[in-house]
Design a binder for this molecule. Structure first.
Ligand SMILES: C[S@@+](CC[C@H](N)C(=O)[O-])C[C@H]1O[C@@H](n2cnc3c(N)ncnc32)[C@H](O)[C@@H]1O
Length: 221
């Protein structure tokens, strides 16, 4: 597991000239794809498994977590983190101890540039869903993910992973999605077999987004 430091690159101020190349929402600073730092990273790091941008479901997940509230200092694992903004949100706004997992190591430089921008630290883990065994999951309180169930095979992997996670004491799982058929397949199984619940959600900021949250378990505050 690698630590992604949060305090080197930027001084945290938002110069006016940077403003239009950043989104400021939910207490986070996020570079837009046209920001020169992102354009520079893209020349050397090509995420190959859809982790090349921040996906809208991440905002849905942040809005959900914002309303739900996390226990201070919760241990959070973000699955299929890509740029990692949902985990960074938990670290920044809830003091969470975050582990961000992705099968594609090329996403981590994008995550790191955002931990630095937001002055937080998260740990990264270069593993796929099927590689996460009980030893990785023990001690995690909350598991989150955004737009990570875009194939039927991922629905199967995620169902098994959620089952392993609940088995070692993970209290709460929340997965946001635009409503893909593979996510619906996962949701049906999890609702039936693990008392999961699906909520329709929509938000207006940073732009209109609709989708669903699959949640399992309950938070102990
Ligand atoms: C659509 S992107 C979503 C990224 C991020 N969660 C977001 O909302 O911006 C899907 C992410 O899942 C990762 N991924 C795909 N299959 C995976 C697997 N089997 N195990 C772990 N991560 C996976 C990809 O590398 C990518 O970063």
């Amino acid at each position: 597991m690698e630590k992604s430091p949060g305090k080197k690159l930027d001084d945290g101020n938002c110069p006016a000239s940077e403003g239009k190349n950043e989104i400021l929402e939910y207490g986070l600073r996020v570079f837009r794809p046209r920001h020169h730092k992102i354009r520079k990273l893209k020349r050397t790091h090509a995420a190959s498994c859809h982790g090349f941008r921040l996906w809208p479901s991440s905002w849905l997940l942040m809005d959900f977590l914002d309303r739900q509230g996390l226990p201070k200092g919760a241990r959070v694992m973000e699955l299929g983190c890509g740029w990692g903004l949902a985990g960074i949100f938990c670290a920044k706004n809830n003091g969470a101890e975050v582990t961000s997992v992705d099968i594609d190591s090329e996403v981590f430089p994008y995550l790191q540039i955002h931990t630095q921008l937001n002055h937080v630290e998260v740990s990264t883990m270069h593993l796929g869903f099927d590689d996460l065994i009980s030893g990785h999951l023990k001690g995690i309180d909350v598991m989150i993910g955004a737009d990570i169930c875009f194939l039927d095979s991922l629905a199967d992997s995620l169902k098994r992973l959620i089952c392993r996670a609940l088995g070692v004491g993970v209290q709460f799982v929340a997965i946001a999605d635009p409503g893909r058929s593979s996510f619906e397949k996962l949701s049906r199984q999890v609702v039936r077999e693990m008392h999961g619940e699906v909520q329709d959600r929509s938000i207006q900021r940073p732009y209109p987004i609709e989708g669903q949250i699959l949640k399992i378990g309950a938070l102990r505050h």
